[in-house]
Design a protein around this ligand. Structure first.
Ligand SMILES: *Cc1c(COP(=O)(O)O)cnc(C)c1O
Length: 359
């Protein structure tokens, strides 16, 4: 099998050791003689997986018994709706920071449930920065933001300072570095960017938010339904939860500090080359550049026809997944937790070779 440098934006690279262990569990889980895919989710073996996954999330984030963790289905796209339903209170309104496509979708779903007020936006600059200096809203039930903008390559390097409950879509940077998770009332994240395979979404929330919504919540969208049943109200996505648990063990063994150091080093290596290399320019504002998704385009004056040439050169070097999202163009190097720095080095080598040939 060729060694591929996998810069996919999601579903994304996971540790190879996890793939190996997961593949064994598909054939025979824990020596039970059964595949993990064919056993009851109520079996002792699987209940232990769910319990460990939930407690690893709290342990890694340093959260106590006042928080609960669920592994549900529906993707972060259902999280837009679940967060609004569960956080709505007497103001009948959520506040949203609009930092790109995913944030927009969160606003749209928020409007199914109540009012959704756009508190700040970077839309006029094609979302190339994180809004700051806006007035912190008070007449909303919660403030929702997207910590990392997977498509536009911007990331919050701070936690918004607000007095209302804080809700965050952390799909593409959860567990990528230490954070003060106790500042949040509700965090949700689709697993497939940084935590596991597609098919499960993690919800991390203060227990005290349950049962307080002013909305009439459909059963499956009510976090209390799932919390009351230890994330087993209905059949959970057993395999994605299992693989996520393996990834969480790997993250725990490294420690979030080390994971963060590695991610910062990768980002510095990539952006350093983007800055140095006259063929390219970054699309995101310097202070808001994402450690997870590095977006860059050809520099002004460089023949647009060379876009494909660069992609071809990258493919030649076994670099996969760097074509930019259509709303930004150019290139996007997603550097999630499991991507080794050597892969970023391989990309930088191609950028240098490209400059030498066409610069
Ligand atoms: C990918 C992504 C989503 C959508 O996740 P799904 O699991 O596909 O619904 C939402 N928010 C962010 C920030 C994402 O990166």
């Amino acid at each position: 099998m060729a060694h591929i440098h996998n810069f996919s934006a999601g579903p994304s690279i996971l540790p190879k050791s996890v793939f190996e262990e997961a593949s064994r569990a598909v054939v025979d889980f824990n020596g039970s003689g059964l595949s993990i895919l064919e056993m009851s989710h109520r079996s002792k073996d699987f209940v232990a997986v769910m319990d460990e996954a939930r407690s690893l999330v709290k342990e890694i984030l340093g959260l106590g018994d006042d928080y609960d963790v669920l592994f549900l289905q529906g993707g972060a796209s259902t999280g837009f709706l679940i967060s609004a339903y569960n956080m709505l209170r007497e103001n009948n309104r959520g506040g949203y920071i609009n930092t790109g496509s995913w944030a927009n979708k969160a606003v749209k779903e928020g409007k199914w449930v109540g009012d959704a007020l756009e508190v700040a936006s970077s839309k006029e600059a094609n979302y190339n920065f994180i809004p700051k200096g806006y007035e912190s809203p008070t007449d909303v039930d919660y403030l929702h933001y997207t910590s990392n903008n997977t498509i536009f390559g911007t990331q919050y390097h701070h936690i918004p300072d607000v007095t209302v409950p804080l809700v965050c879509d952390m799909s593409s940077d959860i567990f990528s570095r230490p954070i003060d998770a106790s500042k949040f009332d509700l965090i949700y994240a689709g697993a497939q960017k940084n935590m596991g395979p597609a098919g499960t979404t993690v919800y991390i929330f203060k227990k005290e938010i349950l049962g307080k919504s002013s909305a009439d919540i459909p059963t499956m969208l009510n976090l209390k339904t799932h919390a009351d049943k230890d994330s087993m109200f209905n059949t959970p996505p057993v395999f994605p939860v299992y693989v996520s648990m393996l990834v969480l063990r790997w993250i725990k063994s490294l420690g979030l500090e080390e994971v963060g150091r590695r991610n910062e080093a990768k980002a510095n290596l990539l952006y350093g080359e983007v800055e140095r290399n006259g063929m390219f320019k970054a699309t995101a504002a310097l202070e808001d550049r994402s450690w997870m998704n590095g977006t860059f385009v050809l520099a002004d004056g460089i023949d647009e026809g060379l876009n494909q040439t660069f992609l071809d050169m990258a493919a030649e070097a076994n670099i996969s997944g760097i074509k930019g999202h259509r709303s930004v163009g150019g290139f996007r190097a997603s550097m999630y937790n499991a991507l080794p720095i050597e892969s970023v080095g391989a990309l930088v080598d191609v950028m240098k070779a490209f400059e030498e040939k066409y610069g």
